[in-house]
Every structure is written in structure tokens, then in C-alpha cells.
Design a protein around this ligand. Structure first.
Ligand code: SIN
Length: 178
């Protein structure tokens, strides 16, 4: 039997694993936040960047992309993703909502509050400044934020937390170029 994997961060724009099809989906009871430290992708151990995780929140929802992965390759895909998401993320079971009365069980990588790399909340301007100053083996932290904001616009997904951070970063960039 195939499995569904839900992406809400870099897995939206860079899934990087074989899948049979993808569908925009929503999960309920979770909100996307730049509260996870990145020591291995968008920062380094001495200066971690910030990437998204999901935080439980009643009445909240998170839009992203769901991928259907064939049974024959799922073990290999989990091996790849477990490595990619190794800095504090664990697999959680969730309900994926595609449309009213159209849902599937799926798996999502979430970095819970008790993981070693968790940074938690901070004022928006501080999160934006950390993103602006961080870079790691996968590239600049700003590129992660801007790629996520673009991917969410393509999905017609609203996410004030992400778009507010994007605005801070773009304002900073335009101040520097004038
Ligand atoms: C995800 O995209 O679903 C997990 C977080 C990330 O890798 O950015």
C-alpha cells in the first residue's frame, strides 16, 4: 500500500524523493512556525539558522503539499528523509484534508518542543534578523524563507507568520540596495 507524506517547509518546494503524485493538503490543529534551529542546513552549530516546525494549536491549520509514495520505495524514502530531517524532527501521524470529505492518513516530520535544536518563539524582528545572518551547507537562511513564501503563494495558502517575516527580510534587502 502506498503512503502519504505531508510537507510544510522545504518539502513543499524541494521534495527530492520519488512520488507517484502530489496534492495540496491541509492539516488541522497545527501551525507553522520558524521556531526550529538549523545547525545542519541553514546555519552551523555555532550560529544556527531558523527553519519551520509545527506547533500544536487548537483551531489552527497548516497548508502544504502531500506526496503519495509507492510501497516499494517507502523504506528508502524514509531513510533519506530521516537523514535530511535529522536535526530534531520526528515522524507524526496526521489526517490530511484534501477537500471536505476527502481525507487520508499521512505522515509529517515535526520538530517537537523538547528536541535539542528547538529555539521557540521570539519577536518577529529577532527571528528575521537571525534568518538574515544565517547560512549553512544547504544555503542562505533567507533563501529558505523566500522559497517558502513563494511556494505558499503558489498554493494560495495564507500564513501571516511567514509573510510577515518575508516582509521584514525584503525591507531589509531593499534598504541595503538603495
Ligand atoms: C517539511 O518541509 O515538511 C519539514 C521542514 C523542512 O524540512 O523545512
Amino acid at each position: 500500500m502506498s503512503s502519504w507524506i505531508f510537507g510544510y517547509g522545504s518539502l513543499i518546494w524541494r521534495p527530492d524523493f520519488p512520488f507517484e503524485r502530489s496534492r495540496p493538503a491541509r492539516i488541522r490543529g497545527w501551525q507553522r512556525r520558524f521556531w526550529q534551529g538549523s545547525h545542519d542546513h541553514r546555519g552551523i552549530p555555532e550560529a544556527p539558522g531558523r527553519v519551520v516546525t509545527l506547533v500544536p494549536q487548537d483551531n489552527a491549520y497548516c497548508d502544504g503539499m502531500a506526496y503519495q509514495v509507492a510501497a516499494e520505495v517507502i523504506a528508502e524514502v524514509f531513510e533519506t528523509l530521516d537523514y535530511r530531517e535529522k536535526n530534531g524532527y520526528e515522524r507524526f501521524e496526521v489526517d490530511l484534508h484534501f477537500a471536505p470529505a476527502d481525507r487520508q492518513a499521512g505522515l509529517v516530520y515535526i520538530a517537537p518542543q523538547d528536541n535539542h535544536a528547538y529555539l521557540g518563539d521570539a519577536p518577529t524582528v529577532e527571528i528575521a534578523e537571525q534568518i538574515l545572518s544565517s547560512e549553512g551547507p544547504s544555503g542562505h537562511n533567507v533563501d529558505y524563507l523566500l522559497a517558502l513564501a513563494d511556494a505558499l503563494r503558489e498554493l494560495n495558502a495564507d500564513d501571516p507568520h511567514v509573510f510577515e517575516l518575508e516582509e521584514h527580510v525584503r525591507n531589509h534587502q531593499s534598504r541595503r540596495s538603495t
